[in-house]
Write a protein that binds this ligand. Sequence first.
Ligand SMILES: [Zn+2]
Length: 279
Amino acid sequence: MKNKKVSFVQMADPQFGMYSSVSKFSDADKAERRQRGINIEYTGPVLEGLAKETSLFTEAIETANKINPDFVVICGDMVHNSNSDEQFQELIRISRLLNEDIKLYWVAGNHDVGDKPTRAGLAQYKEQFGEYNYSFQEENCYFIVLNSSICYDPGSVPDEWDVLISFLEKELQIAASAQQSHKIIFMHHPLFLNDPNEGDNYFVIPSARRAKIIDLITEYDVSGVFTGHLHRNNYQKIGNTELVSTGPVGFPLGEDPSGIRHVQLDDNSLTHEYLGLTS
Ligand SMILES: [Zn+2]
């Protein structure tokens, strides 16, 4: 059996527009975020435009070009405001700096489709980025991309949750019957922060739908679930499955700097490393 390595770069939360938005927060804005558990520390000058995101995402793409992986995946929150054409255009302009022979995959985040996705928001996403639940294969590894904002709150689009969970099960069956060495899931929201039984909060998929996904990843022996959304790194494990939340390309909310993750897979192992950006 061949044992060819697969390598990819995972990015999350370039979130064009967040620096400028955060730099203008009032004390009331900060207090409102704190209530949701988001601690925004920004002491710099008021910012206009997208200069910070532009330099960070450009460095991220240039670093990916040097690593030369099989593909790059961007795990959501591409922009801060999904109605801003300026933010979208700058994201796309820089994404085109990625070498042509490196594939690029998008994952939907809550800033891209809304905290409570609507039909209109989902349709706009499809126009901009394409499908939001899909799969692809690289050598003997199988990758499944999910729109986790639907898992977070499907209240306005309840059938989308049924579609997503049957899609996930069907794809895991396909990967299992093809005896793939690794099954990997990409989505935006983590399943949990510290404990699979923890309560619901802004950062994670709520417990009812979380349990259904955990059942499937355990049953099908998924190697890893890679997410973003936290704007910091977080490493958990459930059974044999690594749960990796990767810090942001854009504005960081924890100790780690902005960064990207290089992941390598071979038949027997999954290794990964977080690379800080210096922009
Ligand atoms: Zn997010």
